[in-house]
Write a protein that binds this ligand. Sequence first.
Ligand code: F6R
Length: 357
Amino acid sequence: EKGTYPHYMLKEIDEQPLVMRKIIQTYQNGQGQLTIDPEIIAALNESDRVYIIAAGTSYHAGLVGKQFIEKMAKIPVEVHISSEFGYNMPLLSEKPLFIFISQSGETADSRAVLVQVKEMGYPALTITNVPGSTLSREADYTLLLHAGPEIAVASTKAYTAQLAVLAILAEVAAKSRGLEVGFNLVRELGIVANAIEVLCDSKELIEHISREFLSVTRNCFFIGRAVDYYVGLEGALKLKEISYIQAEGFAGGELKHGTIALIEEGTPVIALATQESVNLSIRGNIKEVVARGANPCIISMKGLNMDEDSFVIPEVNELLTPLISVIPLQLLAYYAALHRDCDVDKPRNLAKSVTVE
Ligand code: F6R
């Protein structure tokens, strides 16, 4: 039930601190250590390459998950869109492990790949929010998101839950391989939960920014580098699906290779700046679009922020920034849809679970 909330989407955005804490609790043992079913960790350690298969928002979670698994557990990862994988299958490694990411566990495009790889005899793990769902039943292993039912068509809490579970999987795998991750993930995810809470309390400011940048525009671009690029893709998807604003996410460095031609006087460009190693270069990209008339909305992380930034998110572990930088983007999309009189929870032409290929 949505209770006093005007929309499920807003309720589900607000539930994210709770979901984060629930995940930390559920994946912790009595000694405060994160744990994952040892069979899953063994399957990961036996594989020479992970293939993440997903669609839409879950695909965007996979792009970030690849960073977690490669940086922490040092296992190579490829991320594929499920609808493309069937006929565009890459040359597989000798011992692949397939990870299916699906909120609903019912996405037909992803299931088609699962059926195919099971026929080929490869192990599969499904990360899903729905126990007993098709993708869970048909895979060898399941990890649950524990996000509670997600009703709004636009996925919000499932995305942050997917990132948290992928980070935990990466950390437990790293430890099992004797690798040092260099931080305490339980602690860092606790900081993330608190940061999400702070962001959920900033609705007034975000609504104001949304009105300023998005209430009348025809299009909007998201730019970022490294993981900020992937979060920008997700921000663009949220915006287009519920507000119908044409939105695209670009890698900062790609602008000059073509897309900067799209910038006109007043075009909103939402730029993410949460990564120290690329802060100067993304700032350079912002200057380039501003010189062409763009209206920049810069969302930076505390410590990397500058005077011209529209919104500053709290500081969290640099690897985990996608778990919090996405929150203002979810809220920007929510308010844009509201200001433009769109049906927030049930956008046109879309269904919550896509059970046709
Ligand atoms: C976007 C959205 C969709 C889903 C996609 C995959 O907000 O909800 O892009 O992410 O249809 O769905 P699942 O995760 O259920 O496989």
